[in-house]
Ligand binder design. Sequence first.
Ligand SMILES: Nc1ncnc2c1ncn2[C@@H]1O[C@H](COP(=O)(O)OP(=O)(O)O)[C@@H](O)[C@H]1O
Ligand SMILES: [Mg+2]
Length: 364
Amino acid sequence: MTIHDICESFDIGGRYVSCTELSTGNINSTYHVKYVRDGENKDYIVQKINKNVFTNPEELMRSIVLVTDYVRQNVIKKGLSTKRFVLRAFLAKKDRKPFFIDENGDYWRVYRYIKNSITYDTVDDLTIIQRVGEAFGRFQDCLEGFDTSKLHISIPDFHNTPARYVAFEKAVKEDVCGRVKKVESQIEKLLGFKQKACLIQEYLDCGKIPMRVTHNDTKCNNVSFDMDTNQPLAVLDLDTVMPGAIAYDFGDAIRFIANTVIEDCPNLDDVGIDVDKYNAFAKGFLGQVSQNLQEFEKKTLNLGVFTMTVELAVRFLTDYINGDKYFKTRYPGHNLDRANNQIALAQDVLKKWDVLEEILQKYI
Ligand SMILES: Nc1ncnc2c1ncn2[C@@H]1O[C@H](COP(=O)(O)OP(=O)(O)O)[C@@H](O)[C@H]1O
Ligand SMILES: [Mg+2]
């Protein structure tokens, strides 16, 4: 089947014009499709869902529709355009389901293309960083009160830090590639972080912080921006929306956006939290959500930055020890560079803790 055939299986009117594959995402296969209806351009995003990562696409789509319907109601309440501030999944003609299964058993979906929009793979501009924070904060605010038990768990134990440590300690014990000897100091550092990094999971388990709907992939290229005004529009990429702690989203976004260097930069002296970027994201994010936060929850945001960073370091080092089976690597030792980078970042979060907490206080 061609992309044109896939499109025709969905309830979208008009005449097919063209299709371009987008290379920005790294999980699903994404196509920008152009249609014309009554002389007007109608654009769509067509995606083949990655079945290796998301093993239950039907449940996944059920969840996404629940989330987008809920967000849409709140977008209306805020007086914003539903066409621009929330994704909309189209239904298949055949069975009115929000996906279509092709002859190979692959699952496809179609979203409305957010008109006149762009995404940024990386951002350095503080104004844009603040707006990325605003978009994820607004998304979170629009999901306030959503019953998280209705959500499909697309990746079980995604941010279960203690479970990540269990896998790590198992890898160290088994040492299948004989690499443990080389990374003893890194192992020691990560074990030293363990207690602190497992606190958020403990707080969730005992109800000290609320379970919320979290996006879990708060990268800047998952926010669409208006091409002309550069204002943030819809949050994209809802495949990992699951129940979790708000500190996950805040923490992972900071980990990604406020590192002074890229995630795999091997020059560890250059790794650190850029305080201005931290400030910009916190300002945007907390401007939207601070009124919803519980007192104790507010104290876990910076802990979230530390936790997300350590958790990823644990995952990179686990994969290195296991022989680079999970993450795609470009050279031998790539996972080790990534782990070292994240360890250095976590150390810098600890070093700058008081400064970062002070920033949060300004916006809470
Ligand atoms: N509804 C949409 N409107 C405009 N662009 C979109 C839309 N959905 C996705 N995109 C573009 O496609 C890219 C990849 O889509 P995404 O859903 O993030 O896939 P992946 O899971 O592979 O990252 C996004 O970063 C964005 O540039
Ligand atoms: Mg994406």
